[in-house]
Write a protein of this length. Structure first.
Length: 151
């Protein structure tokens, strides 16, 4: 019985380390720039997305800024195989509603997933996180690794 318990604890610890190691391999800053065209006055409509991922507690931050947008979301990240899922935790101030008092996301909602194919760029699959027009963008290349954290 003691041997099974010890084996179970060791295996559980190894799985936890493995999950952390998978997330750690995603550490860094990822960026995406959505170009939405121009306003009637000719102003460029651009939205910049930035994901900062740290392995400690699998925390991440998603900053969205640009045309009529400025928000920071705190999220959790879960790596599985060659993909990484980002789940909504709260807004930057810890609240579950945005600056307008609207709850756009529920805690734990899947915002997006990043997938590393064998070759080529990262594939972004959009879920609860929508484009400026309220639509879900099609899966495809979007985010790219900008910088890795220094060790």
């Amino acid at each position: 019985m003691k041997r099974r318990l010890l084996t179970g604890l060791l295996l559980g610890g190894l799985l936890t380390l493995s999950a952390g190691a998978q997330t750690a391999s995603w550490d860094g800053r990822y960026v995406h720039e959505a170009v939405l065209g121009r306003t009637a006055g000719g102003t460029a409509m651009v939205i910049e997305y930035e994901i900062t991922l740290r392995s400690q507690a699998a925390q991440c931050q998603l900053t969205i800024s640009g045309f009529q947008t400025d928000e920071t979301l705190l999220c959790t990240a879960k790596a599985q195989g060659n993909s990484l899922a980002l789940h909504f935790k709260s807004h930057e101030d810890g609240r579950l509603v945005n600056a307008h008092g609207v709850a756009v996301y529920t805690p734990g909602a899947l915002l997006l997933t990043l997938e590393r194919p064998a070759t080529g760029p990262l594939i972004t699959r959009w879920h609860a996180l929508r484009g400026q027009d309220g639509r879900t963008p099609a899966p495809g290349p979007a985010f790219a690794l900008a910088t890795r954290p220094s060790r």
